[in-house]
Design a protein around this ligand. Structure first.
Ligand code: AMP
Ligand code: MG
Length: 466
């Protein structure tokens, strides 16, 4: 067997998914294989780059040991409830035990499934390259995320507003269990399935919780803690997810479902990119609140498993949920102390960081470059003279700690450039950007990647991953 599959999700009851194979494409072509990730997963590079390997990642070949399936889930999208979403354009091939634990291997853009509703089950090249670039950039930043194992072209045209080249992303995740997966069974009042899912998620992500007095409460607490840290991590690099719906929130605490996501250039807390987010619901500053709201949906989903006495269960779930703001604040403070080069904790550190952000917003300063310039005599920092004085005073009480900040992020206009070149058949821009973003803390990073967009290059809106 070329891929050592061991498919635990496929051993769950049949009502958790629909079994089906990917739909073949005309002409698979490898754009990029993530060799380092392939090795980490114990996969055979020779196989993956062979004709059968590329055919596998295009959905044309189902390798031995794979048990392809589309997962069922529900979700709140922009606050509206959908009792049935599910993998409409993705198919889980199976799971492998990698060096860092069990991982799902999933094809995204692999053809229609019973969950596709009106969609074609396909992806075009743009979102595939965007997800590849941004998810791998996130990984390099040390932020929990799904990963990109490979991107392939299909040789087929995908019809959106215009005809576009089709592509498939091979996505790797700790699991694809979402808050919406729990909601799916709640909507069906299927408490047995809910219990099975809770046990499965615990075994997979938080095995110590299985020993707890109340495993479902332990699961809730663990997810709350992971998400608090994840959102603080996003905030610390200026990342905006764009579609923080409950079906896009992983119980493993990884960033998942890269759609109209983007990193901010100029800092402003109201920043929003997604073309479908007219109300600014998922703006940068709203992400912690929205995460809390999504976690409330998980909490209410788990109530039937927490205690036979419903009032008691609600009380316990609410108690866990009420812990989110403090966990988030602590994670945020920790992340921003690292950015400011503060290894000790003082009460005024948070106001100091907030003050910096306020000034950056007022002065329309670049988020990444401003932090990257701290500790240097960079002219970028000119508008911050007063603040820098306060910061230097604070830093004088520090042992030798340097600020740690990424020098480069996946800037939207550069992602767009990589996509535009890719559409015309040139993947060199994509390759170079992906390579550069693999070492974001490198002070010698190619200067061109640090350049904020010229006004005409600025990407004001990003579109959903379809
Ligand atoms: P997402 O925007 O990735 O969170 O997707 C939301 C829902 O729409 C999921 O159930 C997807 O499977 C489904 N979906 C998105 N794009 C397509 C497509 N091209 N074909 C079928 N289903 C889709
Ligand atoms: Mg989704």
């Amino acid at each position: 067997m070329h891929i050592p599959f061991d498919n635990s999700y496929s051993r769950l009851p049949e009502r958790f998914y629909t079994r089906l194979n990917p739909t073949p494409v005309s002409n698979p072509g490898l754009i990029r294989l993530n060799r380092q990730l392939a090795l980490e997963l114990g996969l055979d590079l020779e196989f993956l780059t062979s004709e059968d390997g590329v055919a596998t990642m295009a959905g044309n070949h189902v390798p031995e040991g794979a048990e392809p399936l589309a997962q069922a889930y529900a979700g709140h999208q922009f606050g509206g409830w959908s009792p049935q979403l599910g993998d409409g354009r993705a198919i889980l091939l199976g799971e492998v035990e990698g060096q860092n634990g069990r991982r799902d291997i999933q094809l995204k853009g692999s053809g229609p499934t019973p969950f596709s509703r009106m969609g074609d089950g396909r992806a075009w090249l743009g979102p595939v390259l965007r997800e590849y670039i941004v998810s791998e950039a996130m990984f390099a930043l040390g932020i929990p995320t799904t990963r990109a194992l490979a991107a392939v072209t299909t040789g087929d045209i995908v019809l959106r507003e215009t005809p576009l080249p089709g592509a498939v992303l091979t996505r790797v995740a700790s699991s694809h269990i979402r808050v919406g997966t729990f909601q799916y069974f709640v909507a069906r009042q299927d408490v047995d399935a809910l219990q099975t899912l809770s046990d499965h998620a615990l075994a997979r992500h938080y095995p110590e919780g299985l020993e707890a007095d109340r495993p479902a409460l332990a699961l809730l607490e663990a997810v709350i803690a992971r998400q608090a840290k994840l959102i603080a991590d996003w905030m610390s690099v200026g990342f905006i997810h764009g579609v923080m719906n409950t079906d896009n929130m992983s119980v493993a605490g990884e960033t998942i479902d890269y759609g109209p996501c983007a990193f901010m250039d100029i800092y402003h807390p109201d920043t929003v990119f997604s073309s479908i987010d007219q109300q600014g619901r998922y703006a940068y500053k709203n992400q912690p609140t929205l995460a809390h709201w999504n976690l409330a949906q998980l909490a209410s989903s788990l109530v039937p498993l927490i205690d036979a006495d419903k009032d008691r269960a609600i009380e316990l779930a609410t108690g866990a949920l009420d812990g989110f703001p403090a966990l988030y604040q602590a994670a945020w403070a920790k992340a921003f102390r690292v950015k400011l080069g503060l290894s000790t904790e003082e009460e005024d550190d948070i106001p100091l960081a907030m003050d910096l952000l306020d000034r950056m917003a007022a002065e329309k300063m670049d988020f990444t470059n401003t932090f990257a310039a701290l500790g240097t005599a960079d002219a970028t920092l000119a508008p911050l003279t007063d603040w820098l004085e306060a910061w230097h005073t604070r830093r004088a009480r520090e042992p030798e700690t340097e600020p740690v900040n990424p020098q480069i992020i996946a800037r939207n206009h550069q992602v767009q450039r990589a996509i535009d070149a890719g559409v015309s058949g040139d993947f060199a821009v994509f390759e170079a950007l992906t390579d550069a973003l693999a070492t974001p803390f490198d002070g010698d990073a190619d200067l061109s990647y640090r350049q904020p967009p010229e006004p005409e290059e600025e990407v004001l809106q990003t579109f959903c991953g379809t």
